[in-house]
Design a protein around this ligand. Structure first.
Ligand code: 13P
Length: 343
C-alpha cells in the first residue's frame, strides 16, 4: 500500500457527514452487553447480532468505517458474504481492533496498561490480507486519588505510538485512542488537566516513533465532568473545553478526530459532537467513532430475536443519521422525534 493510500483512507474515515461504528467488543464485553438484554453469548449469536448491524440498509451514507473484532473479521453474513466484503460493498471501510486489552499495570495500583505489541506486525499483515484498512488500539487512563501516575501516562503513550508505527509499516491506518475514563466524581477541570497531559505525551511519543500524522485518526474522550460529579457541565461547556484542549495538543496535520462515547447517553454524545462542529473553525474534521452511543438503542430493540431485526436496524440507522448530522453541525434535538418516527 502506498503512503498516498494511507492518507486517503484516513481522510475517508472522517469524511464530512460520516463517522465510524465501533463494533469491536471483545467476547467478554459483548457478553456483558448481551447479558443486559438477557441474550446468551454464543459465537453464532454474536455473528447474527453483527450481521443485523452490518446489513442495515443505507448505513454507508453515515458510516465510513466499522471497527471489527478478530472473530468478526473472519465471520460471514447469512448469505455467505464475508463481513469485510459486505461492508466494502456499502462503501464502508473494515477496520480491526488489534490491542489485547487493558490489563492491571504492575506497580501502579488501580491503573491499566494496554497489551498486544508482541507479534503485532505479523497479525497486522494477516489483517491486511483479510481486508482490513485501519486498526484500533485503546489506552485507558483512570482519574482518581493520586492517579493517573506519570508512569501510566508515559507507558500507554509509548505503547500507542509503537502500535501506530507498526500499523503504518504494515499498511493500516491507526486509530490512536487514549481514553480518559469518565468514571468517578472528578470535576471537568480535572478531566481537562488529565486529558491535556495525556494528549501531550501521546503526540510526543508518536513523534519519537516517527508516526506520520497525516496517516492516522485520533480517537479521544471528550472533556467532561466525572460521571458521579455533583456538578455536570452543560453541552456548550463540554464542547468549548474539549476543543480548547484539542487545539493545545493535537497538530493540525492530523486529518481527523473521531470521538468515543465512553458511557455518555446516545443523545448527549450526539449533542456534544454537534456543538463542537457548530463552533467550527477546527483544523481537523470532528467526527465520531461510537460504540455504545450508536448500538445501544439497536441492541435494546433486537433482544436476540430475528423478528426484531427491522426495528433494530431502524434504530441503528437513526443514530447513525443523527451523528452524521452532528459531524456537520446540523443536528437539532427536535430531529430525534421527527426523523426517528420516519425511520
Ligand atoms: P464507546 O463509544 O462505547 O466508548 O466505544 C468506543 C470504543 O471503541 C471504545 O474503545
Amino acid at each position: 500500500m502506498s503512503t498516498h493510500d494511507l492518507a486517503s483512507i484516513a481522510k475517508a474515515m472522517v469524511a464530512p457527514g460520516r463517522g465510524i461504528l465501533a463494533a469491536d467488543e471483545s467476547t467478554g464485553t459483548i457478553e456483558k452487553r448481551f447479558k443486559g438484554i438477557g441474550v446468551e453469548c454464543t459465537e453464532e449469536i454474536r455473528r447474527a447480532y453483527r450481521d443485523m448491524l452490518f446489513t442495515t440498509r443505507g448505513l454507508g451514507e453515515f458510516i465510513s468505517g466499522v471497527i471489527l473484532y478478530d472473530e468478526t473479521l473472519r465471520q460471514k453474513s447469512a448469505d455467505g458474504t464475508a463481513f469485510s466484503d459486505l461492508l466494502a460493498k456499502d462503501d464502508i471501510l473494515p477496520g480491526i481492533k488489534v490491542d489485547a486489552g487493558a490489563k492491571d499495570m504492575a506497580l501502579c495500583p488501580e491503573e491499566k496498561i494496554t497489551e498486544g505489541l508482541d507479534g503485532l506486525a505479523k497479525r497486522c499483515a494477516e489483517y491486511v490480507k483479510l481486508g482490513a484498512k485501519f486498526a484500533k488500539w485503546r489506552a485507558v487512563i483512570t482519574i482518581g486519588r493520586d492517579i493517573p501516575s506519570a508512569a501510566c501516562i508515559a507507558a500507554n503513550a509509548h505503547a500507542l505510538a509503537r502500535y501506530a508505527a507498526i500499523c503504518q509499516g504494515a499498511g493500516l491506518v491507526p486509530i490512536v485512542e487514549p481514553e480518559v475514563l469518565m468514571d468517578g466524581g472528578h470535576s471537568i477541570d480535572r478531566c481537562e488537566e488529565v486529558t491535556e497531559c495525556t494528549l501531550r505525551e501521546t503526540f510526543a511519543a508518536l513523534a519519537s516513533q516517527r508516526v506520520v500524522l497525516e496517516h492516522m485518526v485520533l480517537k479521544p474522550s471528550m472533556v467532561i465532568s466525572g460521571k458521579d460529579c455533583a456538578k455536570q457541565a452543560g453541552v456548550q461547556e463540554v464542547a468549548v473545553r474539549t476543543l480548547q484542549t484539542l487545539r493545545r495538543t493535537v497538530p493540525a496535520a492530523v486529518p481527523g478526530i473521531a470521538f468515543l462515547s465512553g458511557g455518555q447517553s446516545d443523545q448527549l454524545a450526539t449533542a456534544h459532537l454537534d456543538a463542537m462542529n457548530k463552533i467550527g473553525g477546527a483544523p481537523w474534521a470532528l467526527s465520531f467513532s461510537y460504540g455504545r452511543a450508536l448500538q445501544q438503542p439497536a441492541l435494546k430493540s433486537w433482544k436476540g430475536s430475528a423478528g426484531n431485526v427491522p426495528a433494530a436496524q431502524r434504530a441503528l440507522h437513526h443514530r447513525a443519521r443523527m451523528n452524521g448530522l452532528a459531524s456537520l453541525g446540523q443536528y437539532r434535538a427536535d430531529l430525534e422525534k421527527e426523523l426517528g418516527r420516519a425511520a
